[in-house]
Ligand binder design. Structure first.
Ligand SMILES: Nc1ncnc2c1ncn2[C@@H]1O[C@H](COP(=O)(O)OP(=O)(O)OP(=O)(O)O)[C@@H](O)[C@H]1O
Length: 295
């Protein structure tokens, strides 16, 4: 049977990470990282602890300045531009922080309403309609009067998600959304993430260690190791990637190139090629649209 080579289709990128290097003193946390985050999809960036995932997230929203490289958000550079442009571009992002980052003295309702009161001129009636709509999406309508301290960790995450969604941002960044949750609550949160992604059509960008969660939610996966992007591509392509680092991380095995000591991992930049089984830069162009569907 004759096989045909599928046509490479480049889905449009909403975030383009171009040659980003970030150092703290002599410690290079990110080395020449390049990949495109496809618009309207869920992209997860994985990597061992201390490998620079949170730093990458902060570089993307302009909270940390890289020593080299550029980030384009919707085609606009965020590195080396005026502070007010950084703030304007940042408005495209909603962020769900690890602990939900809610104000402890405000009810869940007021927490979710906060960005609307801060950044829009909506009336309280309009605000109420939007808060109720987002609370409905995350299943919190009956608990809106409660303080963050009076609800479970999972509910705080959901309130954080509602707040991240409330301004209808184009991109939602998730900083380890599963942290502190039991596996069942993580599974529920993943369902919610998928529903929210489908309903909003926004681009979701998740940093996490949780492979099961990634398998349930991500369309695209990137893997960071020893300061480098080891691989990036559609989930199905990554699962089939023979690179031993990708295989070890996705299988969660102790045996392989990723060691026990995260500091040693982080402090030993790789100079070898992919066939050697250690991290090396990849050309992370966006791959086949055909392979991009969530399974
Ligand atoms: N402001 C900072 N100053 C100095 N070093 C920093 C700073 N922020 C992060 N680092 C260092 O950068 C490295 C990467 O940290 P980062 O928090 O991005 O890792 P991570 O991959 O998100 O880890 P984890 O999965 O454990 O959250 C670590 O060695 C950390 O100590």
């Amino acid at each position: 049977m004759r096989t045909t080579t599928p046509t490479l289709v480049q889905p449009p990128a909403i975030i383009s990470i171009q040659g980003v290097t970030k150092r703290f003193g002599s410690h290079t946390v990110l080395q020449d990282i390049s990949f495109d985050v496809p618009r309207g999809k869920t992209t997860a960036v994985l990597g061992p602890s201390g490998t620079g995932k949170s730093v990458l997230l902060k570089v993307i929203i302009g909270l940390l300045k890289p020593e080299a490289g550029q980030i384009l958000v919707d085609g606009e550079p965020i590195v080396g531009v005026r502070e007010r442009d950084v703030y304007r571009i940042r408005r495209k992002f909603g962020v769900l922080f690890q602990d939900g980052a809610l104000f402890g003295s405000m009810s869940l309702y007021d927490n979710i309403a906060f960005p609307l009161r801060e950044h829009t001129h909506k009336t309280e009636r309009e605000i109420r309609a939007t808060v109720l709509q987002k609370a409905e999406l995350v299943g919190l309508v009956a608990h809106l009067h409660k303080l963050p301290g009076e609800v479970s960790g999972g509910m705080r995450k959901r309130a954080g998600l509602a707040r991240a969604l409330v301004l209808d941002p184009e991109i939602i960044l998730f900083d380890e959304p599963d942290s502190g949750l039991d596996p069942v609550r993580v599974a529920y949160l993943d369902e919610l993430v998928n529903t929210a992604q489908q309903e909003t059509g926004a681009t979701f960008f998740v940093i996490t260690h949780n492979i099961e969660s990634v398998m349930r939610t991500a369309h695209y996966i990137g893997l960071l190791f020893r300061s480098r992007l080891v691989a990036f591509g559609p989930k199905e392509q990554m699962v089939a990637d023979p690179n031993p680092i990708v295989q070890q991380f996705l299988a969660g095995r102790a045996e392989g190139p990723i060691g026990m000591d995260e500091m040693a991992d982080a402090d030993t930049p790789s100079t070898q090629g992919p066939s050697s089984g250690v991290g090396s830069p990849v050309t992370a162009t966006l791959p086949l649209r055909a392979a991009a569907g969530r399974s």
